[in-house]
Design a protein around this ligand. Structure first.
Ligand code: ADP
Ligand code: MG
Length: 318
């Protein structure tokens, strides 16, 4: 349909920097580097499920690409190309203009070429695919953790969950600065790309926290056939959450809240010093929250007492 082509031309066609053939043909042609694996991942964002229909379109654009970049960071892959498939209920120029501005702000921040996609009418749905590169043998996989590894988390946990709780009126955040921080975490996640690349030579395993710390760490433990001991007091979070650690809402936000897009990784205790130095060099908070064990059990303590994980909405992972 003509409107579809106009729309693609107007909002999504831009010069590319590392692509032989971009938008406009039946397929794109990319220039893959020698000695690298291509890392490919895709994420679908559905209105009403992953975001509220009335979310700022700029933020939807940013986040739809950012969550995919976060997957590349978790793999230690450098993202280079993306495709964007959207279903739109109608052609709304103001919405598309802001959506594409947010999408390209993120693409520019990480030097990623948009090389194609699909556009159709339907309930609002945004599906982004991303392609990156990682030198052969260097990918950070989930199955590489070893018993006795330190478990680390970057950034802060629970901020996005707190922002969402405010939106759904489960909590009221009166502090404007806190509200701004939590909304930024929820709407404009910052993929930990530089960290992911630096961890290629440091971490044994890595995952990004999209579904909640315990669920995502659980994927590493399951793939690596390990258990873990975690200390809730050690979990990095905003001071506003830290001082309320005894509340079950707060424990839930930190341990089971999704959407933080920080990295959780495991590394040999010998790497402690290197990781501390990396934290300074990248200006990213890196916090050790526990260690892996060969017990096959995930144990979280608070003030040395075991927490009941089922009560926190966390099902045993195997
Ligand atoms: P085809 O019918 O061959 O699948 P389309 O008509 O769907 O091609 O798309 C034409 C071109 O525009 C293709 O290069 C496609 O990848 C690109 N494209 C379509 N929708 C989008 C979009 N939302 N963002 C970026 N590129 C898009
Ligand atoms: Mg098509």
């Amino acid at each position: 349909m003509t409107a579809e082509f106009n729309l693609i031309e107007r909002y999504f066609t831009r010069p590319t920097t590392h692509t032989s053939l971009g938008i406009g043909d039946d397929a794109a042609l990319i220039d893959a580097s020698n000695g690298c694996h291509l890392a490919i991942s895709t994420d679908m964002l559905v209105a009403g499920t992953h975001f509220f229909e009335d979310t700022e379109p700029y933020n939807i654009g940013w986040k739809s690409l950012a969550v995919n970049i976060s997957d590349m960071a978790a793999m230690g892959a450098k993202p280079k190309w993306t495709t964007l498939s959207i279903a739109l209920p109608s052609i709304d120029d103001a919405w598309l203009s802001e959506f594409s501005r947010g999408f390209f702000a993120c693409a520019d921040a990480f030097n990623i070429d948009l090389i194609g996609g699909d556009t159709t009418r339907g309930a609002l749905n945004i599906t982004v695919q991303i392609v990156g590169e990682t030198p052969n043998g260097k990918a950070l996989k989930r199955d590489g953790a070893r018993a006795g590894d330190d478990i680390w988390v970057s950034g802060q946990l629970g901020s996005a969950a707190l922002g969402l709780a405010h939106l759904t009126q489960k909590q009221t955040l009166d502090d404007k600065t806190l509200l701004r921080t939590c909304f930024a975490a929820l709407h404009q996640p910052q993929p930990q790309m530089a960290l992911g690349l630096a961890l290629r030579d440091i971490a044994h395993s890595c995952i990004d926290v999209s579904d909640g710390l315990l669920a995502d760490l659980g994927h590493i433990l399951k793939a690596s056939n390990l258990g873990a001991n975690i200390q809730l007091e050690a979990a990095p979070c905003l001071p506003a959450l830290k001082k309320r650690l005894a509340e079950s809402f707060v424990q839930q936000a930190i341990l089971a809240g999704g959407d933080d897009y920080v990295l959780c990784f495991t590394a040999s205790p010998n790497m402690y010093q290197s990781i501390t130095e990396l934290s300074k060099a990248l200006d990213v908070d890196l916090t050790k929250i526990g260690t892996t064990s060969d017990s096959n059990k995930l144990l979280v303590t608070f003030n040395e007492k075991a927490l009941n994980l089922a009560q926190l909405g966390y099902d045993h992972f195997y």
